[in-house]
Design a protein around this ligand. Structure first.
Ligand code: SF4
Length: 690
């Protein structure tokens, strides 16, 4: 038979939130390969895509792809028609709501999906099911970032650009980010700028790759970040290195901050964190004197039971030094998933805010949504993802619809999470693979991957970019947007005649969400570099960096919110003498559902491992490359030992991507009271040879 022609799609990477753009080639339902787009493209790099972007797309060709709806009967899945599967979801969720109340069901959205899909999914929860119980995995990665940045600056997002600001700044403070492995293209930009003379300070319990390029690497004890950041602020203010005029004109509550950081002398910081006095002083002096500085972080800062306070402290530091509202400076959360900024945040699949971070109790906002939807969205604050798991055990959440997420691997304390999900009366999962979570489902819907759909996603610098299909979905799999429309139809909502496709959904987003007010597919076709929000109307070119004239509050002023010191929740003791940290590796992505199905990536890192310092390995009788048992108060796993000296002898590390040796068997369900992010980064464990 004749083969069809090769298709080229100008699209955006489906892995991390750097959002590199490239051409994706496909033919006859198979992805053929990736070629970097125009080297001048923003924010794609001048060099290449990283290894995941380049070789990671094989997941779309995997034989494991779901091609038919599945229904579980007597513990086994059987193929079903779309009608049967969707009717079943409607009957089960409606039945649960009739018997146990409207809020007895919950919906999970996905940062892997497009903005339009996430918008419709939260609309499905709020309008169709009538519940605010909708959340997504941003709860587990950067919810503390968003909470802190909104309190201090007004927007919960990166304030600056990747190329022109991160790539050109005079100085960096990077903390809790394994940038080289998690955001490789960003790391390349930083390394190039450091080679050209920028100063780089890295604070991290692990000597991660980016630290090799640093002017100074400092190793604080895990979970002690507020102390060294408050120490930097104290030194900078004491030595008149702060931005006095900027603070006077553009901020509030500076005196409260000065009072709060007063105890954090260099000696005190050394005592609390282990960072030597001279290192703190050197960093404070250089950052205080720099004309511009970028403050970059990832989950090493966010995933703590005091994650919000970590980020309040760091944002205070950026404000004190006047590094906001100007080019080549800013606060830079390095977000993880491709569309976590847009799909996981801006589109409002969150229990406490509507799309665009709007307050559901605000009368004007509620009326606007009512005019568009014909109904008011629920006003109450719903349950956050970890709370939903708690309430499953209590019998208060009985039905769940999950789009493209794998909480059974990503939630802390997996065994507990499995127990919770096992308590549900009904679970429906929509995904591209039969994930660890989908295994628990009663109905599984086969979805399209990012290589097979049209839509937009918003990268870590607030840039809204197009995703375009290179191939058709396999078998009977459908695009998430189409599935949601067909599902809503079961409840009597005629979305299919309302939305001809994702462009129409974006038009509705633009009408309802002021920061997306000027975004449309026509404009995105004309502006291949994308549009950075806020973009209020169609004449607005977007906003490259935030806060040039004012902060996002009525009075235009930023607020210092001082951060009280808090250390780790679980400290090592005689039984569990080591501290465990979790994180990512270059060749894998999140719970690994996609990258574990790519041969080229599995060849590099085929299984989980624990890194352990040579001195500790010797003390414990652990041999490099042999299996060891790692035990915490929650459970134990067996993984290979990787003897290396990236961390102190008392600290070990396990990546988050694997099912066998799943690190979240060990982590704890201890939540940050402000953002509800769990404490993933500090767990007490013991390691034994097996
Ligand atoms: Fe994709 Fe991120 Fe790699 Fe760019 S750096 S190719 S966005 S995974």
């Amino acid at each position: 038979t004749r083969r069809s022609r090769i298709t080229k799609a100008e699209t955006t990477c489906n892995f991390c939130a750097v959002g590199c753009r490239f051409d994706l080639y496909g033919r006859d339902g198979e992805v053929l390969g990736v070629r970097p787009a125009d080297p001048e493209a923003t924010p794609a790099n001048d060099f290449s895509t990283c290894v995941k972007g380049k070789f990671g797309y094989d997941f779309a060709n995997s034989d494991d792809r779901l091609e038919h709806p599945l229904i579980k009967e007597d513990g086994e899945f059987r193929e079903a028609s779309w009608d049967e599967a969707l009717d079943r979801i409607h009957a089960e969720l409606s039945g649960i709501q009739e018997e146990h109340g409207q809020h007895s069901v919950a919906v999970t959205s996905s940062s892997k999906c497009t903005n339009e899909e996430n918008f419709l999914n939260q609309k499905f929860a709020r309008q169709v099911l009538g519940t605010p119980n909708v959340d997504n995995c941003a709860r587990l990665c950067h919810s503390s970032t968003v909470t802190a940045l909104k309190q201090v600056l007004g927007y919960g997002a990166m304030s600056n650009r990747i190329n022109e600001d991160i790539g050109e700044t005079d100085c960096y403070l990077i903390t809790g980010s394994n940038t080289t492995e998690s955001h490789p293209v960003l790391a390349t930009r930083i390394k190039q700028n450091v080679r050209d003379g920028a100063d780089l300070f890295v604070f991290d319990p692990r000597k991660v790759g980016i630290a090799e390029h640093a002017d100074q690497y400092s190793r604080p004890n895990p979970g002690t970040d507020i102390a060294w950041i408050n120490g930097l602020i104290r030194y900078i203010v004491e030595h008149d290195l702060h931005a006095e005029e900027f603070i006077e004109e553009r901020t509030k509550h500076f005196d409260e901050l000065v009072e709060k950081v007063d105890p954090f002398t260099p000696e005190k910081v050394e005592e609390l964190t282990g960072v030597p006095e001279e290192e703190l002083v050197n960093a404070a002096q250089t950052i205080g004197e720099a004309d511009t500085c970028i403050f970059g972080w990832a989950m090493g800062m966010t995933q703590h039971a005091h994650g919000t306070r970590n980020l309040l402290a760091l944002t205070n530091l950026a404000l004190v030094t006047g590094n906001l509202g100007k080019p080549r400076a800013g606060v830079s959360p390095f977000r993880g998933q491709n569309n976590v900024q847009g799909g996981g945040g801006d589109m409002g699949p969150a229990p406490h805010n509507l799309p665009g971070y709007q307050d559901p109790t605000d009368e004007e906002v509620a009326r606007k949504f009512e005019a568009e939807w014909g109904e008011r969205p629920p006003e109450e604050v719903g349950l956050r993802l970890p709370e939903q798991f708690e309430e499953m055990k209590e019998g208060n959440i009985r039905g769940m619809f999950i789009m493209g997420e794998n909480p059974v691997l990503s939630e802390p304390d997996i065994r507990d999470a499995e127990e919770s999900i096992g308590e549900l009366d009904f679970l429906a999962v929509q995904d591209i693979f039969l994930t660890e979570t989908a295994e628990f489902a009663d109905v599984v819907l086969p979805a399209a991957s990012g290589a097979e759909k049209l839509g937009t996603q918003t990268n870590t610098e607030r840039r809204i970019q197009m995703v375009r299909p290179a191939i058709e979905p396999p078998g009977e799999a459908k695009r998430d947007l189409d599935i949601l429309m067909e599902l809503a139809e079961r409840w009597g909502y005629d979305w299919r005649s309302k939305y001809d496709g994702p462009a129409d959904v974006m038009d509705e987003i633009a009408r309802l969400v002021p920061i997306y007010g000027g975004v449309s597919y026509d404009r995105l076709e004309e502006m291949p570099d994308g549009i950075q929000w806020p973009c209020e109307d169609e004449d607005d070119p977007g906003t490259p960096y935030l806060y040039e004239d004012e902060f996002n509050f009525e009075d235009g002023k930023a607020r210092f919110v001082p951060a009280d010191y808090a250390g780790p929740v679980e400290l090592p003791d005689e039984e569990f003498p080591l501290m465990l940290s979790t994180g990512r590796v270059l060749y894998h992505w999140h719970t690994g559902t996609m990258t574990r199905r790519v041969e080229a990536l599995m060849e590099q890192v085929p299984e989980s491992f624990v890194t352990i310092h040579p001195e500790m390995a010797e003390e414990l009788g652990v041999v490099d490359g042999e299996y060891v048992k790692v035990t915490s108060r929650r459970g134990d796993i067996t993984v290979k030992a990787n003897v290396e000296d990236q961390s102190d002898p008392g600290v070990v590390f396990i990546p988050m991507h694997f099912v066998h040796g799943a690190v979240n068997e060990l982590t704890q369900h201890e939540l940050d009271p402000d953002s509800y992010i769990p404490e993933f980064k500090v767990t007490s464990v013991k390691v034994e040879p097996v």
